[in-house]
Write a protein that binds this ligand. Sequence first.
Ligand SMILES: Cc1ncc(COP(=O)(O)O)c(C=O)c1O
Length: 384
Amino acid sequence: MQNNWLERSRKVLLDGCSTFSKRVDAYVENVYASHVLSGDGSYLTMCDGTRLLDTVGGLGSNLLKRHNNYSMEPIETILLAESLLKRIPYHHKLKYTMNGSDACSAAVRYARAYTGREQVYYSGYHGADNVFISSTPPAAGCVQEKCHKFETMDKLIEYAESGAKAAAYIVEPLELETPGLRERLVALRKACDKSKSLLVYDEVITGWRVPKFTVGNWMGIHPDITVMGKAIGGGYPLAVVLVTDEIASHTPGVFISHTFAANQCSLTHALHTVFTVTEDMIDEAWGAGEIFKNQANSIDPGLFQLKGYPTRFVWECPTDTAKALLWQEMYKRGILVGAAFFPCLEWSYIEYNIILAKLENSVAAIRKGAVLEGIPARPAFKRT
Ligand SMILES: Cc1ncc(COP(=O)(O)O)c(C=O)c1O
């Protein structure tokens, strides 16, 4: 049983673990059980049934008895990895991180280690780490990186097609609208293959929100590395970077390890999410979102339109003031509206109809002369 878990962990997890200090070979392999089955305060039950009083204290994170960050890897790291990889068969191994930013930075590290190149080109947003933020002024406090941002995916593709070699080209494969998506991804895949650059899909937002779980599956155009976060953690901090066996076997020495990478809380909620959300559930939400979008967009096209795909929208209004006014009126009617609009997969016609009714009421109030009482949303930074 013990060996089974160890073997399985080495099959699906990069380095066979999530946190280097929690792996069995950091203790006494062949004596210690490899994984934790369950934990109860300072007491652990290992995968072979051994009960232990834990003196390692979750690598220093368990201050009180009720604190429960295991000091060795829990079996859920394996169960979740197996479940994710079963659904994303073009990847073979993964690493857990705590958030999308860590995972995107990890993707860059794997790409650089695999290709022996430094340059990275990207479009879209890939988190708050130095590697990406250094190329988006003001970038205060960042140091220069060999990582360059393109304003649009099309400009990035054009550059890739010029033959520029890179460690990686990184995109959010589906930003908001779908037309031409497959053709763009085919073009980028071809360009990357030609220059032997890795293609990275940042599916931090799209993971588990699009048909077949990922854009890579859905479109059938596969990246070399995928990053996912947000929804797969079930509302708790968890992200993953997924790679192919080819990349895994040629990137020894990449150090990605966090005390909380395989924390019980996030893993439990992620497993619940992955077991609960089926392809059918996403397809149904996709259909419902499409109908909702069409109904919403017919209410008052001069005042607002929802743009995006059926499980992710943004509000488009003629001016920032008009948008703030619409949000204000919705807020007054009990609906929290903001820059992002992510429908819940479990919403039924009840929630959608409530939102539609409140939109109609808000629009009527605005047409009758409601005025803005606050300050429109503004960006955190004025970017140059
Ligand atoms: C596409 C994308 N990648 C990466 C990130 C960074 O994730 P996190 O905020 O969890 O660090 C985000 C966050 O919004 C994102 O939208």
